[in-house]
Write a protein that binds this ligand. Structure first.
Ligand SMILES: Nc1ncnc2c1ncn2[C@@H]1O[C@H](COP(=O)(O)OP(=O)(O)OP(=O)(O)O)[C@@H](O)[C@H]1O
Length: 332
């Protein structure tokens, strides 16, 4: 059995619809109108121990709702979730012992306590053995560079320091699964980098399984080895990052250097996107011009001194997928 098994899970929300105008508002005192929203719709996937999974989708796609069900905060309307052999919302205590959760927008830290005391508090709460407690505190303080702010009350910490503290606390009891919801939101590039490297080394060292939701595709690129995409509550894609990059694209980029200034290539399906002295970048339609054909055409008729091939970044593929979704939505 996989570490996480999600089978035909759906979650519907019922919310009160507030009408416009005083007369209608008064009417709702007697008869309420509700709106129903299928936030997650028949989603199934399984995740093995040690996987690093990016769970992505446009705003309102159903990511947070899924993570809340996996972590036992929400109960699905239908379907089953098994994580670490249990149903998370049925055995909350056991579930808490094998998961760590970091929600970028919500803190689990006590703002009046310094991290030194918070670690101690969590040691008692989770009944963590002395050895693993000290080993983990030492490891996290070193890898997350927390030494200089261990004794400051949390309220005095910067956003980046707080996020590092959240991570350390969520992982203190050695959970086998770490749920991260937008862990790098609002952070500067240096802290983002620290956090991404930390998550990767944690995964290598402890085989912690990570499920990450984010809108930052650099998070996905640098942390994950698998990508699951949800849209309007439905699972639309589940691939390794490698396959995602290859199959998600219908074009590639080629950077060409010439021995001297050169006029643009004139090949159907090959479009110049950047021109710098004797160096051009082209976007090539891979359906029309395969890489081998391009090489042949170049060697036959052009004086090229260097060639670099680049696949589109994840960012670009995802932007195209989201745009397609948005266009579908408008035409419906
Ligand atoms: N408690 C709730 N009551 C009513 N509707 C809700 C509730 N929580 C979420 N929804 C709705 O369910 C849908 C999915 O929301 P969810 O927060 O899971 O999306 P998301 O993919 O995490 O979005 P974002 O990227 O914007 O955080 C949205 O339409 C949202 O308005």
């Amino acid at each position: 059995m996989s570490l996480i098994e999600v089978s035909h899970v759906s979650r519907e929300f019922k919310s009160f619809q507030r009408p416009e105008g005083l007369k209608n508002a008064l009417y709702t005192l007697f008869k309420r109108e509700y709106e129903y929203k299928m936030a997650v719709d028949d989603v199934s996937f399984s995740i093995e121990k040690g996987e690093l999974v990016g769970y992505i989708g446009p705003n309102g796609a159903g990511k947070s709702t899924t993570i809340k069900m996996l972590s036992g905060i929400l109960v699905p309307s239908s379907g089953t979730v098994i994580t670490g052999g249990i149903v998370p919302w049925e055995q909350r205590k056991k579930n808490a012992s094998h998961i760590g959760v970091v929600f970028g927008q919500r803190s689990q830290l006590n703002w009046d306590l310094p991290m030194e005391d918070t670690f101690e508090l969590y040691r008692r709460m989770y009944r963590i053995h002395n050895n693993s407690y000290h080993r983990n505190v030492d490891m996290f303080v070193e890898l997350l560079e927390m030494q200089q702010f261990l004794r400051k009350p949390v309220r005095q910490l910067s956003l980046g320091q707080k996020m590092r503290a959240e991570l350390a606390v969520a992982l203190l009891h050695d959970p086998s699964i770490l749920y991260l919801d937008e862990p790098t939101i609002g952070l500067d590039v240096v802290v983002k980098d620290k956090i991404r490297k930390f998550i990767r080394s944690l995964n290598q060292e402890k085989k912690t399984t990570v499920i990450l939701t984010t809108h930052d595709m650099d998070d996905i690129e640098e942390i994950c080895n698998r990508i699951i995409m949800i849209d309007h509550g439905k699972l639309v894609l589940d691939q390794t990052i490698h396959d995602f990059k290859i199959q998600g694209t219908d074009h590639y980029y080629v950077e060409l250097s010439f021995s001297s200034n050169h006029k643009p290539l004139n090949i159907p399906g090959v479009l110049m996107v950047k021109e710098e002295a004797a160096c051009h970048t082209y976007q090539v339609d891979s359906g029309m011009v395969s890489f081998n054909l391009l090489l042949r055409l170049l060697s036959d008729s052009y004086d090229v001194t260097d060639i670099t091939i680049n696949k589109p970044e994840i960012d670009e593929i995802v932007r195209r997928l989201y745009k397609r979704t948005g266009e579908r939505e408008q035409s419906e």
